[in-house]
Write a protein that binds this ligand. Structure first.
Ligand code: FES
Ligand code: FES
Length: 236
C-alpha cells in the first residue's frame, strides 16, 4: 500500500517547513489557474448521467413516438439561433447538444440541483425543467453570454476566482448564473439574502461558504463600479 505521507506537499523533497510553504503556494497557484479555466469556459467533465444514457428531454435515440422536430428561432446570449426542436425537448438539451453551449451543465435532470441554471428574461431558471418551445420569444442567457466585449470576465466570475470558490467546478456555471441574476435584481444584497437566493444550487463538494463569499465580493465590486460611473457622470 502506498504511504500517503509521500503525497503530502513538501514531503517528497524533504525540505521541511520552507519546502512545505513553496509546495503549498505552488498548489494554490495551480488551483487558481484551474478555477480560472473552469470559470472562463464552463469546461468541466460532462455529466455522467448523460454518458450512461439516463437523461430525458430529447435524448436523440429515444424520441417520443410520432414526434416531429420543428424549426425555431431562439434568442440566446443576444443572438438569434435557428434550431430544430422536438416537442418534448428541454432547453438544457437544446443548449448543450444542439447549440454546443456546454457551459450549462446537466446533472439531476429533474429540477433538484441547479447545475443547469440559465437566466431567462432576467430570472434564474432550471433549463432541465424548461421546454425549449416555451422560450421562443424570451431572452436566454447562458454562462457563455457573460463574457465582456473584449473577453473580460463578469465580476461574479472574477470574484469566484479571487475567493477560490469552486472545488470540482461542476456546479459553478449554475452558481454563477444564479448569482448574476441576483445581483442584477439586487446589487447590494445582505449575506442572508444572497444565501437564500443561492439555495437552489446544490454543491456536492460543499463549497457553499466560498460561493457565498464570492457573491458578496462581486456585490462590492458591482457597487463600486456603479458608484464610479455615477461620480464620472456628475463630474462631466
Ligand atoms: S440538472 Fe437541472 S436542476 Fe439538476
Ligand atoms: S464545486 Fe464540486 S459540486 Fe460544487
Amino acid at each position: 500500500m502506498k504511504d500517503p505521507v509521500k503525497f503530502y506537499p513538501g514531503a517528497q523533497t524533504g525540505q521541511g517547513d520552507a519546502g512545505d510553504s513553496v509546495a503549498i503556494l505552488k498548489s494554490r497557484a495551480s488551483r487558481r489557474a484551474f478555477i480560472k479555466g473552469v470559470i472562463a469556459s464552463g469546461a468541466v467533465a460532462g455529466s455522467a448521467t448523460f454518458l450512461f444514457g439516463g437523461l430525458s428531454g430529447c435524448a436523440p435515440d429515444r424520441p417520443v413516438a410520432g414526434a416531429v422536430e420543428r424549426l425555431m428561432s431562439l434568442k440566446i446570449n443576444g443572438r438569434v439561433r435557428r434550431v430544430d426542436v422536438l416537442p418534448n425537448e428541454t432547453l438544457a438539451m437544446t443548449l448543450r447538444y444542439k447549440l454546443g453551449l456546454t457551459g450549462t451543465k446537466l446533472s439531476c435532470d429533474r429540477g433538484e440541483c441547479g447545475a443547469c441554471t440559465v437566466i431567462i428574461d432576467g430570472v434564474s431558471t432550471y433549463s432541465c425543467s424548461t421546454l425549449t418551445h416555451m422560450v421562443a420569444d424570451r431572452e436566454v442567457r447562458t454562462i457563455e453570454g457573460l463574457e465582456g466585449p473584449n473577453g473580460e470576465l463578469h465580476p461574479v466570475q472574477q470574484a469566484m476566482i479571487d475567493e477560490l470558490g469552486p472545488q470540482c467546478g461542476f456546479c459553478t456555471p449554475g452558481q454563477i448564473m444564479t448569482a448574476v441574476a441576483l445581483l442584477e435584481a439586487n446589487p447590494n444584497p445582505t449575506r442572508e439574502q444572497a444565501r437564500h437566493a443561492m439555495s437552489g444550487n446544490l454543491c456536492r463538494c460543499g463549497a457553499y461558504d466560498h460561493y457565498l463569499n464570492s457573491v458578496m465580493r462581486a456585490a462590492t465590486s458591482v457597487m463600486r463600479a456603479a458608484t464610479s460611473v455615477m461620480r464620472a457622470a456628475q463630474e462631466a
